[in-house]
Design a protein around this ligand. Structure first.
Ligand code: NAP
Length: 225
């Protein structure tokens, strides 16, 4: 059984980035050293870390542990067609990375990914990555704690499948003001995914380096209004 924790930075107006298709690294600039150390400590406590393919395309993240000492988690990227930029930082630093594709990914794409040092490719799903099957595969490999850092499409899928057990939100004291900036969860979930009401319990709330952090756990009981 994997414990799946989402860890996101959100603006006051509920955005994951300041503008459409802009990097969430801009939000990181408003973070403090104390918060960065705490945040990277959360990564170090995890066996694996996941972001969606689009976050790789837009943010080009490293997904390593940098502001504290600690082990790098296995990086896991769901990408249905496997079309990640081959120049991406995480495909070129030699650290372990698992790219999960669906059967849509072509043989040339798979071969190009497999040539990258430290990169393993698995096929998991027909037209998009089957997240439940991917989690089962990760559990078999001994992954117990997975941290998911976004973006909205991946988070929405995970919530839609009921896979998330803990939510961490860093409240960045900025208003984006851009209606096109990505929201925490997308308003157009993928077909067949119901993002209905779910109930969460606030377990912790604290201020770290001037930024509020809230931690929610899933309530065992379903929501009854
Ligand atoms: N503030 C924060 O904490 C934070 C963190 C991360 C990202 N972000 C921001 O979020 C934005 C990107 O979010 P996004 O919603 O566009 O993309 P995303 O959630 O990062 O990636 C979604 C992509 O993942 C792939 N995927 C494969 N199987 C999937 C499945 N079963 N469910 C969902 N996705 C699946 C699909 O791409 P393929 O079709 O290619 O497979 C899909 O389009 C960027 O602006 C980034 O800066 C913010």
């Amino acid at each position: 059984m994997i414990e799946i924790t989402t860890l996101s930075e959100l603006t006051i107006d509920g955005k994951l980035a300041l503008h459409r298709a802009s990097s969430s690294k801009e939000l990181f600039d408003y973070s403090t050293d104390e918060l960065k150390a705490w945040f990277h400590g959360q990564r170090a406590l995890s066996d694996a870390i996941m972001v969606g393919a689009n976050t790789v395309r837009v943010d080009d993240p490293q997904l390593t542990v940098r502001h504290v000492d600690g082990p790098n988690p296995l990086r896991v990227i769901p990408s249905s067609d496997g079309l990640l930029p081959l120049s991406s930082a995480l495909l070129n630093d030699g650290l372990p990375t698992l790219v999960a594709t669906s059967r849509k990914a072509g043989p040339a794409t798979l071969a190009a990914l497999r040539r990258k040092p430290g990169v393993e490719v698995v096929t998991c799903g027909e037209t998009e990555v089957d997240l439940a099957a991917l989690m089962a595969m990760l559990a078999e490999r001994g992954i117990r704690r997975l941290i998911v850092e976004g973006g909205s499409t991946l988070l929405s899928s995970l919530f839609g499948h009921g896979l998330v057990s803990k939510i961490i939100i860093k409240h960045i004291p900025i208003i984006s003001g851009d209606p096109d900036a990505p929201t925490y969860l997308t308003l157009s979930p993928r077909p067949g995914l119901g993002l209905g009401i779910s109930r969460w319990r606030m377990d912790e709330w604290f201020v770290k380096g001037g930024i509020g952090v809230s931690v929610y756990a899933r309530e065992a009981q379903p929501w009854t209004p």
